[in-house]
Design a protein around this ligand. Structure first.
Ligand code: PMP
Length: 403
């Protein structure tokens, strides 16, 4: 019998999809579930963007495009990404992908070699695909812990301690999934100062949530002196214009753009042409829909953080961006005699019908940081109010029982 390779057998995943399967099974059994699992906007793509895609279909734009993307989108994305970051980005240095996600793999592939001990530093808790792809491509994952006391930024001194002569790539993600944390301008300055002492380390700046930053203007490591040349800026259409299913991302780096282009030729050939024309309209067209969605996320952030902080045994920092809240449930676990956040999550789902993700879905537990769960608040006001009320009732009921 032919065997599955060890590399594939060991491949990680997004456990969000595992929890989603549990939720779907409960819904199928007729259970009433309030879900905060899914990390995507709960809006439709704005109508003018839909129209641009329909026009592209009607105009016969059905074929392959250059692997780097259509010139119109590379130009629009270069102006867009550069404008937000105070940089003049050459469209030749921008590559379009089928979402931002593929650039995680391309960046690891373009900066590390297989099985020779090349190290990649990445945030924990963090988007699980970083660690999974680092391992799959034969590099060594080096976790960098986010700290609640710093509103889920990391301590720059801890970063410097993790850099070795084998470090090839540093992954940064701001605004962050799953904590909603931001790297402040002061953090970015401190990181840049460290990186200047280590000129051989590339930076992958995962800035897919760049337009969902609620505290001051969005700040990128790429804007700081000497950083642009060594930084892969990764951004895209998914979160800003509610286009997750259209699969359009864009990445920029002067040296690596041609290498990414060859990777696209080797994998997807190109991103969907129809989606590329839609993304041009998303970038150059009116922005009021994107601004309305951002305002709505911000209102819901304030709502859910306020409500979570009234729940017994729960405390929640105010996240600076994205659409995630990352409450600390250490005390709530103790109150209901749950061993950890994962048992808490499972009981919350099965006994109270509230679906969230646990911290262990975003990497190994961070020593000394307690138990957390993730709420994606890309959900209606009613769902937020009902879901948090159910959670409070669940904790109260189980506390009495445990006592
Ligand atoms: N990076 C992070 C941190 C994300 O949360 C996501 C989406 N969940 C992505 C990248 C991938 O986005 P895209 O849909 O553009 O592939």
């Amino acid at each position: 019998m032919p065997q599955v390779s060890r590399r594939t057998a060991a491949l990680g995943t997004e456990n969000a999809f595992v929890v989603l399967a549990e939720v779907n099974e409960l819904v199928r059994q007729g259970k009433d579930i309030v879900s905060f699992c899914i990390g995507q906007p709960d809006f439709h793509t704005p109508a003018h963007i839909q129209d641009a895609a329909i026009k592209a279909i009607r105009d016969g734009r059905h074929g392959y495009t250059p692997s780097a993307g259509i010139a119109e989108l590379r130009e629009a994305a270069a102006r867009y990404m550069g404008g937000m970051r105070g940089l003049a980005i050459d469209p030749e240095h921008v590559v379009v992908g089928s979402g931002a996600k593929p650039f995680i793999a391309y960046s690891i592939l373009a900066t590390t070699d297989f099985g020779v001990g090349d190290e990649v530093i990445y945030p924990v808790p963090g988007f699980p695909i970083y660690e999974s792809q680092i391992r799959a491509h034969g590099a060594v994952p080096v976790p960098l812990y986010l700290r609640e006391s710093r509103d889920f930024a990391f301590d720059p001194a801890e970063l410097e301690a993790k850099i070795t002569p084998r470090t090839r790539l540093l992954v940064l993600n701001s605004p962050q999934n799953p904590t909603g944390g931001l790297l402040s301008p002061a953090d970015l300055e401190a990181i840049a100062t460290i990186l200047r002492r280590h000129p051989d380390v590339w930076v992958y700046a995962d800035e897919i949530y760049s337009r969902l930053s609620y505290q001051g203007a969005f700040a990128s490591i790429a804007s700081l002196p000497g950083m642009y040349e060594r930084t892969i800026i990764s951004d895209g259409a998914s979160k800003t214009w509610a286009m997750t299913g259209w699969r359009i991302g864009f990445a920029s780096n002067p040296t690596l753009a041609p290498e990414f282009t060859r990777w696209v030729t080797n994998t997807d050939s190109c991103a969907s042409q129809i989606s590329q024309w839609a993304a041009v309209e998303a970038i150059v067209g009116p922005q009021h829909a994107a601004e309305d969605m951002k305002r709505s996320f911000r209102e819901r952030r304030d709502l859910i953080v306020g409500l979570l902080n009234e729940v017994p045994g729960v405390s929640c920092r105010t996240p600076g961006g994205a659409f995630y809240a990352w409450p600390n449930v250490t005390e709530a676990c103790r109150m209901i005699a749950a061993a950890d956040s994962e048992e808490f999550r499972r009981r919350l789902l099965n006994e109270a019908g509230v679906a969230v993700l646990a911290d262990i879905h975003f990497g190994a537990r961070v020593p000394g940081e307690g138990q957390h769960v993730r709420f994606s608040y890309a959900a209606s006001r009613q769902a937020i109010e009902a879901g948090v009320a159910r959670m409070a009732e669940f904790i109260r009921k189980n506390t009495r029982r445990a006592a």
